[in-house]
Design a binder for this molecule. Structure first.
Ligand code: NAD
Length: 280
């Protein structure tokens, strides 16, 4: 049976490290502050935003909350971001995605000062990651690296297959695994023979957005399997992209859903927030 990689426990460790850092900064008279912007009232976004505010409170950093109405124009949102970019007391700016259809998400992401881009979505942050320069890294893939390292999984030299090539998970994940000296393959919806490609992996990272798609037939005996997917099944229970019951007897280590990758995303956001003060 596979080792269960405990994201809840590891994320708490990271949040506690952040809390200690925030406390030390406070003693020097420096307070960390995150501005969180939500446009409209999509219920899933409201849950994420609330969790982020709770995490700020736990760590002891200030959070400013902007809950804007659905009809907010791109110009109004831009104006707010410019204001926050200029404020010395604001270290991080987070715009909860997705934005309503009438707002150009890319333009909004680009408007955030890269020094305050704690989500790591700004083209400058992504470019820095690509050429190995310092900058904020997208929280979910950064969290997966922490999960692997803190669970004692060797990455250097291993074959890693990532399923998914999205801008927020798959692509930055590939760059991070490359930075850790893995041999990386990115599979996607047009990949031929997905099963055979996956069976090559020592580390299989699944971010395809398809509930319980990956069963044991996709997994090499002894592989480490990281499940990024989050879905509600027919019983309203959370499940991932990986069929946990089928895969866990074959894998050497596996992340559960819930309690695997999910909690790491917020922990890494908090880490980025605490580090953002050093850039300003
Ligand atoms: P996305 O929809 O943007 O991308 C999915 C990717 O999977 C695409 O690149 C696509 O090419 C690939 N794909 C789809 N079907 C495929 C198939 N049959 N074979 C091979 N590849 C296929 O999704 P995303 O934003 O990257 O998120 C992926 C999953 O992770 C979702 O379930 C999402 O909810 C979850 N997620 C979780 C967290 C977290 O904090 N745990 C964060 C972000 C996303």
């Amino acid at each position: 049976m596979a080792q269960i990689i405990d994201g809840k426990m590891i994320s708490t460790m990271i949040k506690d490290e952040c809390r200690n850092k925030a406390e030390a900064l406070k003693e020097q008279g420096r307070e960390v502050c995150l501005a969180v912007i939500q446009v409209g009232c999509d219920p899933a976004s409201s849950v994420y935003v609330n969790n982020k505010k709770k995490a700020c409170a736990y760590i002891g950093i200030n959070s400013l909350s902007y809950e804007l109405k659905e009809e907010t124009t791109q110009e109004e949102l831009m104006k707010l971001i410019n204001e926050l970019n200029g404020r010395k007391d604001v270290n991080g700016i987070l715009v909860q995605l997705p934005l309503p259809g009438h707002i150009d998400e890319n333009a909004i992401i680009k408007a955030i000062d890269p020094k305050k881009d704690v989500d790591g979505f700004h083209p400058q942050s992504v470019g820095a990651l690509c050429i190995g320069q310092p900058g904020f890294v997208s929280c979910t893939p950064a969290g997966i690296i922490e999960l692997l390292k803190r669970s004692g999984v060797t990455i250097c030299g291993k074959r890693c297959v990532i399923i998914g090539r999205s801008n927020i998970v798959g692509k930055p994940m590939a760059l991070l695994m490359l930075r850790e000296n893995a041999t990386v393959t990115v599979a996607h919806s047009r990949t031929e023979n997905l099963r055979e490609v996956c069976r090559q992996a020592d580390i299989l990272i699944v971010a395809m957005g398809k509930p319980r798609y990956i069963d044991a037939s996709y997994v090499k005996e002894g592989a480490v399997v990281i499940d990024v997917g989050i879905h509600r099944n027919e019983d309203n229970k959370l499940c991932g992209d990986v069929d946990f019951e089928s895969v866990s007897p074959v894998a050497s280590a596996i992340t559960p859903v819930p309690g695997g990758v999910g909690p790491m995303t917020i922990a890494m956001l908090m880490k980025n927030c605490v580090e953002s003060i050093e850039l300003q």
